[in-house]
Design a protein around this ligand. Structure first.
Ligand code: KIV
Length: 305
């Protein structure tokens, strides 16, 4: 089994140009599969609100949700670097609250790091959490928790001014003590600039290739999340189709077995030539069985009366 990576490995990978592959996971089996596949890291994203719980966004997700799912993931991937995602409301109120909640991810769910959204406006929370000895991942660009302010799930950094803002945010995040940064839905040129400018590893989700690694949401890449699929996502499987077909097959089997009839089995299997003979055998079996039952009953009656 490969050794569990540390944040130092991710700095080394940046230096050596080795890309990091990470994915979100929210449950025990997915975490197991990711670890078995050799994933570099796992994010227990608050995207669980959309992917697992069916919310429209991530805002309703609570600390309790994130801790519970982080625990499930840790049980499934004991040897993978795991990042807990701080949900909306868990770090905005004060530095103290931010540290308190960040600590919970380590103490209660054995996470290796936490991630939070925002640039300069959360620099003091990043510093406070980092000063408490916790590895912080920053996250800027399309930040789903503040998608209301962004006017929806929209790409960021498209104008010179907003690209400049992103760069200022990225620098502030590094200066505040974050040890990695995730860029979401920003132009690859901006990603390239930031990845070269910062000493910390810079990762992309829908922000192009020129950086230190890629993140995808497991529900998107596995074809499980059906509400929408972002344009940049490559679907590596179609789990929804596989599951729906398996469920259909099972439903058919249950109905057929309940009937307990050869003709029904022949129909479900597509053995068309056997349908009529099985039906006749079934009907004759029923008639003969009834007659035998009737005569046996009569005999018993005459014997015991
Ligand atoms: O919650 C999450 O999965 C995330 C990604 C969208 C980056 O924060």
């Amino acid at each position: 089994m490969p050794k569990k990576k540390s944040i130092l490995d991710f700095f080394k990978m940046k230096k050596e140009g080795e890309k990091v592959a990470w994915v979100t996971a929210y449950d025990f089996p997915t975490a197991q599969f990711a670890e078995q596949a050799g994933m570099d890291m796992i994010l227990v994203g608050d995207s669980l609100g959309m992917v697992v719980k069916g919310y429209k966004g991530t805002v309703p997700v609570t600390m309790e949700d994130c801790i519970a799912h982080s625990q499930d993931v840790r049980r499934g991937a004991p040897n993978t670097y795991c990042i807990g995602d701080m949900p909306f409301g868990s770090y905005q109120v004060s530095d103290e609250k931010a540290v308190e909640n960040a600590v919970r991810f380590l103490k209660e769910a054995d996470m290796d790091a936490i991630k939070l959204e925002g640039g300069r406006r959360v620099a003091s929370q990043i510093k406070a959490i980092s000063d408490a000895g916790i590895v912080v991942f920053g996250h800027i660009g399309l930040t789903p928790q503040s998608s209301g302010q962004l006017g929806g799930f929209k790409a960021q950094g498209l104008t010179v001014e907003s690209a400049r803002d992103l760069i200022k945010d990225a620098i502030a995040i590094e200066e505040a003590g974050a040890l990695a940064l995730l860029l979401e839905a920003v132009p690859p040129e901006v990603t390239d600039f930031i990845a070269k400018k910062l000493k910390i590893p810079v990762y992309s989700i829908g922000a192009g290739l020129p950086c230190d690694g890629q993140l995808l949401i497991c529900g998107d890449m596995m074809g499980m999340f059906q509400a929408f699929t972002p344009k940049f996502v490559k679907k590596y499987a179609n789990i929804a189709e596989i599951e729906i077909n398996a469920f259909k097959e099972y439903i058919k089997d249950v109905k057929v077995l309940t009937l307990g009839c050869g003709a029904a089995i022949a129909t479900s299997k597509g053995w068309n030539t056997l349908i009529v003979p099985s039906l006749l055998i079934g009907v004759w079996g029923y008639i003969i069985g009834n007659y035998i039952g009737y005569f046996v009953g009569m005999m018993l009656q005459t014997i015991f009366q």
